[in-house]
Every structure is written in structure tokens, then in C-alpha cells.
Write a protein that binds this ligand. Structure first.
Ligand SMILES: NC(=O)c1ccc[n+]([C@@H]2O[C@H](COP(=O)([O-])OP(=O)(O)OC[C@H]3O[C@@H](n4cnc5c(N)ncnc54)[C@H](O)[C@@H]3O)[C@@H](O)[C@H]2O)c1
Length: 247
């Protein structure tokens, strides 16, 4: 059975991915900071092919413990989905130093830490895929989102470097770049805000977590071979605009 590690796998698009990979017959290790939710998801999905490991993806010791837990249980890894992420608001000078460090650690350093933990086994087996959840906010700037733009923008170039370095080992590395997506966090906005976002989409709708999960699965699976080093926008049309007013 194929094995995937999904960080942030207990909520939002990560949870949708956990369910899809299970449906597709993969073994799934959910790595998430939220112990309570992790145990709840584990109990609800009730699958012998599902593991939850309480993990802080920004801490080397925690990611190394995740590696040990995954290999103890499943013996191998075919794919890592780096999906855990946080958001910080504000123009650059308004971002607190600890908030800047935190978003860089959780959204960017985490990819370094999981790669350091899992890539050696992928190199040894001469196969593997890594998929990161970037964002349309890594492709374009947004008002009052400087730190998030910087963090997600880093992933856009990082996949190219990783794809170059690991291609010779038959390891493919790609990003999904979601637009605004109806995860529980986003759905908690007032209806008027959600409507504003829908109106800004050429399709008149927002992506659903399940839409992002299908693209994560596609890039993790053989169906996407030989795509590597790419960022796939899944945005319902966000990010297409040159900024000119509507005519
Ligand atoms: N929702 C959107 O509109 C949107 C758009 C573009 C990109 N994204 C990105 O998608 C990814 C998933 O977001 P979501 O919307 O599903 O949000 P979410 O908050 O529902 O899920 C994020 C998960 O990451 C976990 N997490 C946070 N910090 C962690 C840490 N240090 N270690 C381990 N786990 C940690 C949280 O516990 C949570 O379960 C994020 O990287 C986010 O930046 C979201």
C-alpha cells in the first residue's frame, strides 16, 4: 500500500486530502499540532490505515519524531504533503517580529524539516513525491498580507530547486496554489464577506477543500508523472487580473 504523510491533515483542505487518499487506498499519516482534533478525526474516520501523530512542523525534534512514528507503523513513505500553514495580517512594518518568525517557521521551514526527514528514504527507494500547499498569495501580492505573501512566495521558487535536485532520484516536487477556499476558518467570515469574495471570482464561486484535495492527490500520484517543479493554481479564477478596473 502507498503511504502519504499529510501535515495539517486534520482540518480544512488537509482533512479533505486525508479522506481522499484513504478512499484511493493509501495509508495516511496525519501530522498536526492540534491533538484534540487529530484524535477526533482518527476516531471518526476509524480506519486501520490511518495514523495521527501530534507534530509541530516548525520544530526539528517533533518532525524527527514524526518520521520515527511513520516508519514504525507503515515502514515506508511514498509522498509528503506539506499542507500545515498559518496566516498573518498586516503591512510589513506592522508585523510583529515573533509573528514573522512564526509564519516563516510554520509555512516555509517546515518544508525543509520534513524534506530532511523523509527525502533520504525516497532517495534510497528511487521514488517519491512531495506536494506543498502554497497559495495564489505566493504568486501575487495582496493588501495587508506581506508576511504571508513572502512565505508562500518562497515555496513557489523552492519547488523548482527541489525538483532539480531530486529529479535524478525519480522524486517529483510540486505545489498546489489554492485561491480563497471554503475551509471552516474561511466559512466563519460573515456572509457579506463570503459574497464579496464570490463576486470577485470569474466563476462566481470559491474553491472547496475537496477541490484542493483532488489536486494534491493528482500531484502526489502517478497520474501527474512527469510533472515536476510546478505550481498548480486552483483558484476559481483568482489571480488572473492585471489590476485594470472592470470595463
Ligand atoms: N483557506 C484558504 O483560503 C487558503 C488559501 C490558500 C492557501 N491556503 C493554505 O492551505 C493550507 C491549509 O489551510 P486550511 O485553510 O485548510 O486551514 P486550517 O487552519 O483548516 O488547517 C491548517 C492546519 O494546520 C495545522 N497547523 C498549524 N500550525 C501547525 C504546526 N506548527 N504544526 C503542525 N500543524 C500545524 C492546524 O492545526 C490545522 O489543522 C495552509 O498552508 C494555508 O496557508 C489556504
Amino acid at each position: 500500500m502507498k503511504t502519504v504523510v499529510i501535515t495539517g491533515g486534520v482540518s480544512g483542505m488537509g482533512l479533505a486530502a486525508t479522506k481522499l487518499f484513504l478512499q484511493k487506498g493509501w495509508q495516511v499519516a496525519m501530522a498536526d499540532y492540534n491533538q484534540q482534533l487529530g484524535e477526533q478525526v482518527l476516531a471518526t474516520l476509524n480506519s486501520e490505515h490511518l495514523l495521527f501523530v501530534q507534530t509541530d512542523v516548525s520544530q526539528a525534534s517533533s518532525v524527527n519524531a514524526l518520521k520515527t512514528a511513520v516508519f514504525d507503523r507503515f515502514g515506508h513513505v511514498d509522498s509528503v504533503i506539506n499542507n500545515a500553514g498559518i496566516f498573518t495580517k498586516g503591512a510589513l512594518h506592522e508585523v510583529a517580529e515573533d509573528a514573522w518568525d512564526r509564519i516563516m517557521a510554520i509555512d516555509v521551514k517546515s518544508v525543509y524539516l520534513t524534506t530532511r526527514a523523509f527525502v533520504p528514504a525516497m532517495i534510497a527507494q528511487r521514488s517519491g513525491t512531495i506536494v506543498n500547499t502554497a497559495s495564489v498569495s505566493g504568486l501575487m501580492g495582496d493588501y495587508n498580507m506581506a508576511a504571508y505573501n513572502a512565505a508562500k512566495g518562497a515555496l513557489i521558487n523552492l519547488v523548482k530547486a527541489m525538483a532539480l535536485d531530486y529529479g535524478r532520484y525519480n522524486i517529483r516536487v510540486n505545489n498546489v496554489a489554492p485561491g480563497p477556499t471554503m475551509t471552516p476558518m474561511f466559512a466563519a467570515n460573515p456572509q457579506s464577506v463570503i459574497d464579496q469574495f464570490k463576486q470577485a471570482s470569474p466563476l462566481g464561486k470559491l474553491a472547496q477543500p475537496e477541490d484542493i484535495a483532488r489536486s494534491l492527490f493528482f500531484l502526489a500520484s502517478e497520474d501527474s508523472d512527469p510533472i515536476t517543479g510546478q505550481t498548480l493554481p486552483v483558484t476559481a479564477g483568482f489571480g488572473l487580473h492585471s489590476g485594470q478596473p472592470v470595463q
